[in-house]
Structure formats: C-alpha cells, structure tokens
Design a binder for this molecule. Sequence first.
Ligand code: PMP
Length: 381
Amino acid sequence: NDYQLLRIPGPTPIPPSVQRAMTKPMIGHRDQETKDLLKQIKPKLRKLFGTKEDVAIVAGSGTAGMEAAVVNTVTPGDEVLVLVTGAFGDRFVKICEAYNLHVHRLDYPWGVALRPEEIQEYLLHHPFIKAVFATHCETSTGVLNPIQELAASIKEVTDALFIVDGVSSVGGVEVNMDDWQIDICVTGSQKALMLPPGLVFIAASKNAWNTIEHNQHPRFYLDLRKYRDNQQFDSTPFTPAISLLYGLEQSLQLLDSEGLANVWKRHQLMKQMTRAAFEAHGIPLLTNDTDASPTVTAIQPFNFHPDNVRQLVKKEFGLVLAGGQQQLKGKIFRIGHMGYCTPADILQTISCLELGLAKLGILYNVGIGVNAAQHAYLRGG
Ligand code: PMP
C-alpha cells in the first residue's frame, strides 16, 4: 500500500535506495560478485556491533538468531539465567525450556528496566549459571535495558556468557560489544537496519567462540562455526538471501554516511519528541524517561481503548501503529520510531494521532502535541 505510514516497531519502512538495490538481477551465490558483496558488508557490520569479530549473517527471522545463541552455547541440563522484562525476554525462556535447559528466570514488571545490582546478587548465589540472557530494547514495552551496566555487573562476579537480544536496538542505539563485554549479540534486518524481514545477524566474542567451538549441543543450520569458517572466504555455508544482501550493503552505506553517532542522536531526538507530545496531552506513557527506548514508545491511555484509535488512524490516514502483546494486549499502543524514520515523520504521526483522538472525542486541543514535539526538536531532544 503506497499510502501506508508504517510506524510499528518492525518491520519498518524501506528507504528508496535500499528498495532499488534489492531489485538487482540475481547472481550466482558462489560467484565472485557474491563474495565481493559479502566482503564489502563485513567491516560495516563489525562497526555496527562494535566488535572486531566477524558477524554471522543467517537467513531467518530474529528468533532464529535467539535460538542460535542458545544451541551454540549451552547443552540440556545447563543452568541459565533469563532476564524477563517483556514478551521477548519471555521468548528466550521458551527457547531455553524447549531445549531442556535448567532455566532460572528473573521477572521485572512490564514497562520497567531490569536492575543490574539485583542480577549480580542473584548470580553470586547461583554460581553454576553458564549463560545470562537479556533483551536490550524490549520491543513489547518500549524499555531499553541498561546493557552496558549489566554486562559490567555480570562480568564482575561470573564467567557466564552474556547473551543479548539486540533485535530492536542495534542500528538505533549504541551497542559496543567488545568494550562492554557482551558475548553474543543478535539483531534482525527488519528494525533499525531498514530492511525487510529475513536476515538475522549474530556476533560472538572471542570468549563466546571458545564455548561455541566445543559445545556439545546438536545443531546444523544454526551452527555458527559453519558461518565463521565460510566467512573467512567471503562465503556462506548455505545459499545466502542475495537480494537482502544487496539491500543490506546499501542500508549500511546509509548508516555510514549519516555517521552512527548521528543515527543514535536522531533516534534519541525522536524518542523525546514522541514522549513530549503525549506528556503535553496528559496521556500516560508506559515507561519513564530513563527506562524508555529511543526506538519505540509505548502509550498507556486510561480514558480510551488503544485499539480504537489505532483502527481509526489506520482507516483515516493509513497510519499503522502496534498494539500491546500478551499481558499488555488492549492496554497500550506502540509507536515505532526506528530505522528509516526522521523527526518529520514523528510530527506527522503525532498530528494524525491528535486528529484521530479528536474524532473519537477524546481530546479537543489538537496541535498541542505537535507543538510540544516541535519544542522538543528545538531543544535537541
Ligand atoms: N526480539 C525482539 C526484541 C524483537 O523485537 C523481535 C521482533 N519483534 C524478536 C526478538 C523476534 O524477531 P522475529 O519476529 O524476527 O523472529
């Protein structure tokens, strides 16, 4: 739908140059052209994750990357700790349980960030935990967990691997794997990387590679060793998603020319603009400013049903917003502001939402949200 304004937290809109790159004619997956493509992508992906190690590119959705992180590092019966701040932390639990791991879970209320000091304390009392799983941006709540602090707290007390779901953070928020001591970080193509769904990226530290190398867990398609061994020759173990790689090359080029630091700043600005608009209307946000993510905002209204306004703005303006998941179903709506999204898009989104809420008779003072967002823009976030 050419008139659709897609503002869900993934999949996200695709920049025209990325769209064009993906229409290139097919090439042989074992030919030099594919090797050249993979060679160009390689250093840019390392930079994106803040690592010196190669990043595996696997055809699959984000969940395949989460599963890869599990099957490559632990075996049935191993103790793992999963930190649950929403639906995607819960997914890590489900994957770990499916593989018969001994799962410890620490749950936080949906809408607040995890607390590194509590996790450190837990690890001190449970010395056999081999891996800790966390979600960087919890897309279901719009929380950005303090991953850098958490990594430091974990590494202070244990040699357990630290595994991070960066699906809705990498590319929109700083991630510095090597400096922060993240052992595995996973992200998907359909969020801040401005691509269609279909690729997952998995980066592993030297420390993680030692474990991956010797881990006894059965695995085949998701065996990261295969991807690493092929990558040395700019190749992939299985047929790569070539069209998506063309798109990836271009999207990484876009991120590079804007400069990653500027990209992160833009996301921060869009967060502040979005939040300011709802605060101006007195419409509650699910998450406080410190815990809130630069890539997605969750709004928790008390005097209207979030799905009514979502339906209306979709019908009136083609504006597509996300609802709540699991325990937040029917209680929140979410605005994605990651990837191919700018402050101009935020002004449009807020403006359409104000009109939608006015049509529903929920608010009368249209414009004050846009005005607050404009002022947030002028303040620079
Ligand atoms: N983790 C997070 C944080 C996500 O936002 C998502 C997708 N919404 C996933 C994992 C799962 O990715 P996919 O749906 O591509 O399998």
